[in-house]
Structure formats: structure tokens, C-alpha cells
Design a protein around this ligand. Structure first.
Ligand code: NDP
Length: 329
């Protein structure tokens, strides 16, 4: 059926400036790492993308190797984009990345100019778009000169393949160097994409300071620690959950008694706030003003609606924040 975006799509979502840039991002963006590959029904991904856009999610995040198999999330996105989103291209902020293994041989991994530029070309074809809004170096490559990787990003932007450049998974020191190089090249670093959740707080050890001081945005990925920060695993591992699937990146061994004990307490606290644990965990990330957007993943429209409703209650009292720290300690 033909898709007509909801007329009220900008009524609920809030938008926040990404660092010192001209770009505003929705408080919640949608990632296509899981749930959009060839192993999933296309119709499910299509329903999620339609509903997300109807609820004001303007930013969709992809990468060359999202699937499985690699490339298939971009391919499926391309099919859905052509069917539903072509009239809305200028309202969308699309990203892709290269940096992890993608194809065999020495040119399909890490941070060379050869890999980044050719992978970007492939992503544009699979996604069936003329350009992406943002292209990332997906991880720091200790063996390639940083200047080469950053000048590849600069070239990707200057050649019209992308409008902005970003980095992901870079440690603080290399982040500062990358920011400096990109600034000198005249293509400022828009954003850093980092893993950040109540259960994964490495970003607090220097990275957020570097980003804040340089006016670079930050988008937090795996904000629910891949689903752990919900009530889903409190009674074991459901077959249809990420940890229950053979192709997820969350394994039953990650769900140990120690983690579950914390999740039980967090779940009770969320209940007292009249929120789900997922909503509380998402809201908690936005208490730091340096976070430009929280990058969620969902396996159903119901999860999407539940997660986006976190915007209805984002505030925390000092006592609540302290209680969370006690639980997580
Ligand atoms: P999350 O931590 O949000 O985990 C998503 C999973 O959590 C869902 O698949 C679902 O699990 C569960 N879930 C989501 N919403 C709810 C809800 N409301 N209630 C209960 N359970 C819920 O994020 P992801 O790990 O999926 O990462 C998000 C995005 O971040 C990716 O799509 C990608 O764009 C980006 N990313 C970037 C990386 C990088 O290196 N730059 C690496 C990893 C991710 P279930 O499937 O079991 O139902």
C-alpha cells in the first residue's frame, strides 16, 4: 500500500543541535544493525521505518556490513526507500559507515582511503540514494595514518557522496587528533558514535569531555545494552530475543546472575517512575547535555512505540540518579 507520512509527524519528537553544527537530530534515532537483514521479513522492517518516520524519527543509521548477511540491511533499506521514502528524502538524515570487515582481501577492512571510498560507493548503490547525509569511519585503525582516513572522509564529503563526516569507536586521544585533522581539512567532524548505556560507561572516561570541549556531537549506540536493559531476560532467554537467536551479537553467557540482579532493581525503580525499564534507560542517557541523540534498535513496532514514549518523562531527581549509581556499582 502506498505510504503517506503522518501529517503530525513533527508534533511529538524533540530535536537537538548536534554539537556546534547546523544539524538538529531527533532525541531518538533508529539503527538498522539488527532486524533489517535478509534473515528478517522485509515487511517487518518496512513497518518499523514507516512508524518511526511517522513519529518524527528523521535519522536512520546504517553501515556496510549490517545484515546478516553483510550488505543486506542497506539493500533492504534501498528497496523500502524507493517504495516509501523518495518523496521525503530531504526530510531524512541517513548515515552509513565503513571500517569493519566487509569483503575479502586487503582492501575490505579498516581505514584506508581505498576501502572507505569504494565502500561508500557500494553503500550508495545498495541504499539506492545519490548521497548519504553522514559517512563514518567505523573504527580507529592503528596501522593506517590517521591523516589518510580523515582525508578519505574529507574527499567523500567534497565529492558529494556525503554531506557530513563522523567517526565511531575512536578512543579519546585519537578522537582529538581526528577532530583536529578534519578541521584543518575544512570538513569538521560532525559527530562521534559511541557505545553508551547504564551498563557500558567507557564514554564517560574522557571521550565525552573531548567531544564537549570541541563542540562535536555524540550519538549513543546500544543504549539498552542490546536489550538487556529491559524486563525481557528476567525470566530466562526468550527464543525470539537477540540472545536467543543464533545470529545476534548478544550471548546467553552475557546474561549472568550479577547483571540480572541489577536489572531487577532497575526494573522496580522504573516501575515506581511509571515507566518501563527500557524507557528509563533511554531517558537516563539524555541527562547529559553532550548526548545529541540516542540510537535505538527495535525488533517490532510495539518496541519502537514503547521506546519513543520515553520522551514523555525524561527528568530524574538527584535521589533517583544516586539510587541508579548504587544499583550499578
Ligand atoms: P539497543 O541497545 O537499543 O538494543 C536493541 C534491542 O533491544 C532490540 O533488538 C530489542 O531486543 C530490545 N528492545 C528495544 N526496544 C525495546 C523496548 N522498548 N522494550 C524491550 N526491549 C527492547 O540497540 P542496538 O544494539 O540494536 O544498537 C542500536 C543501533 O546502534 C544499531 O542499529 C546501529 O545503528 C548502532 N550500532 C553501532 C555500532 C558501531 O560500532 N558504531 C555497533 C552497534 C550498534 P530483541 O531483538 O531481543 O527484541
Amino acid at each position: 500500500m502506498e505510504y503517506l507520512a503522518a501529517n503530525n509527524r513533527y508534533d511529538q519528537m524533540q530535536y537537538k543541535r548536534c554539537g556546534n553544527s547546523g544539524i538538529k537530530l531527533p532525541l531518538f534515532s533508529l539503527g538498522l544493525w539488527h532486524n533489517f537483514g535478509q534473515v528478517e521479513p522485509l515487511q517487518k522492517g518496512r513497518s518499523i521505518l514507516r512508524k518511526a518516520f511517522d513519529l518524527g524519527v528523521t535519522h536512520f543509521d546504517l553501515a556496510n556490513n549490517y545484515g546478516p548477511p553483510y550488505g543486506s540491511a542497506e539493500e533492504n533499506f534501498g528497496v523500502i526507500f524507493q517504495k516509501d521514502f523518495v518523496p521525503y528524502r530531504q526530510e531524512l538524515f541517513l548515515s552509513s559507515k565503513a571500517g569493519y570487515d566487509m569483503w575479502a582481501g586487503p582492501y575490505g577492512d579498516w581505514g584506508s582511503r581505498k576501502y572507505l571510498v569504494s565502500s561508500c560507493d557500494q553503500s550508495l548503490k545498495r541504499m539506492q540514494v545519490d548521497y548519504v547525509d553522514l559517512f563514518y569511519s567505523h573504527r580507529y585503525d592503528p596501522e593506517t595514518p590517521l591523516y589518510e582516513t580523515m582525508s578519505a572522509l574529507d574527499f567523500i564529503v567534497r565529492s558529494g557522496r556525503a554531506l557530513y563526516a563522523g567517526i565511531s569507536n575512536y578512543p579519546p586521544e585519537q578522537t582529538q587528533k581526528a577532530i583536529n585533522i578534519l578541521k584543518d581539512l575544512g570538513t569538521p567532524c560532525l559527530i562521534h558514535q559511541t557505545k553508551y548505556s547504564m551498563l557500558e560507561r567507557t564514554a564517560e572516561k574522557g571521550l565525552l569531555d573531548v567531544l564537549g570541549e570541541n563542540g562535536v556531537g555524540c550519538i549513543a549506540f546500544s543504549p539498552l545494552a542490546q536489550g538487556l536493559l529491559s524486563d525481557k531476560y528476567l525470566k530466562g532467554v526468550p527464543d525470539d530475543s537477540r540472545a536467543g537467536k543464533s545470529y545476534g551479537y548478544l550471548w546467553p553467557k552475557d546474561i549472568n546472575e550479577k547483571v540480572i540482579a541489577k536489572i531487577e532493581k532497575l526494573n522496580e525503580m522504573a516501575d515506581s517512575r511509571k515507566q518501563t525499564l527500557a524507557q528509563m534507560a533511554l531517558a537516563w542517557l539524555l541527562k547529559d547535555n553532550r548526548i545529541s541523540s540516542v540510537l535505538i534498535g527495535v525488533s517490532s513496532v510495539a518496541q519502537l512505540e514503547n521506546s519513543l514514549a520515553a520522551t514523555q518523562y525524561l527528568n530524574f531527581s538527584q535521589e533517583e540518579l544516586e539510587r541508579i549509581e548504587q544499583i550499578l556499582a
